[in-house]
Design a protein. Sequence first.
Length: 137
Amino acid sequence: MQEQVIKGKVKERYGSITQPGSFESVCGTTECCCGSEVFSAVQMAKKIGYDTKELESVPESSIVGVGCGAPVNFADIKEGEVVVDIGSGDGIDVFLSANKVKDSGKVIGIDMTDQMLEKARNNAKQRFRTWNSKKEI
């Protein structure tokens, strides 16, 4: 039973990241993450390894400034491959991977919270409209 309680708390806290102005709720306080400086989600994304040009290629709403770095930078993703992103969140790494696999590949994002999946789907709809491409969402 304790495992279910812990899982529920993690989902609740993680799902709150999708809410506007939630950066502080993720870290607890800005000091926790950044010392005394306050950074935007884009600035935090750059600090953890994402490059400006990459960030410009994805929906801004998929950039939340949290995560485990920029894993796409360490994967040798090639056109036509299938990529699975476990813990895909708002989809930043899904979009970056999609840029690499192109139309001949496929990227699958998996997340534990309905809130993140909903936001990722909305981000995908926004992005695919600008790509003018038929994509499965």
